[in-house]
Design a protein around this ligand. Sequence first.
Ligand SMILES: [Zn+2]
Length: 110
Amino acid sequence: MFKLPEITYPLTIDTIGKMLATGTEMSATCLNTGCNQSSRVNLVALAKRIGSNHSNMAGDLQKFFFCPNCRAAGRNDKRVGFIHHALTADHSQWPRERQIERAKVWRVKS
Ligand SMILES: [Zn+2]
C-alpha cells in the first residue's frame, strides 16, 4: 500500500495521491481524429506503479499511456489526453439509487 498525502490549503490537486484523497477521478482519451477511444484510469493501480506523489499533469503521465486502437492501426498511439472529474462511478452513488440500479439489471437478466 501507499500513504495518501496530507491535504493542505490552498488546495492544489497536482499529484495522483491528492486525486485519490479528494475523491477525484481521471479518464484518458485518445486525441487522434476519429478515434474516440476513452477509458477510466485506475488511480490506485497507477499510484502503486509510479507512486502516489507523481504529478498528475498530462505531460508527466503521457509516457505511461497509449491508445490500443491506434497502435493496432499503426497510427501514433501516444497522443493521449486526460480529463479530471468528480467521482461518478457506481461506488459513489447513494445506497438507495445503487439498489434501484441493481434491481433494474436483475430484471433484465431474468
Ligand atoms: Zn486512438
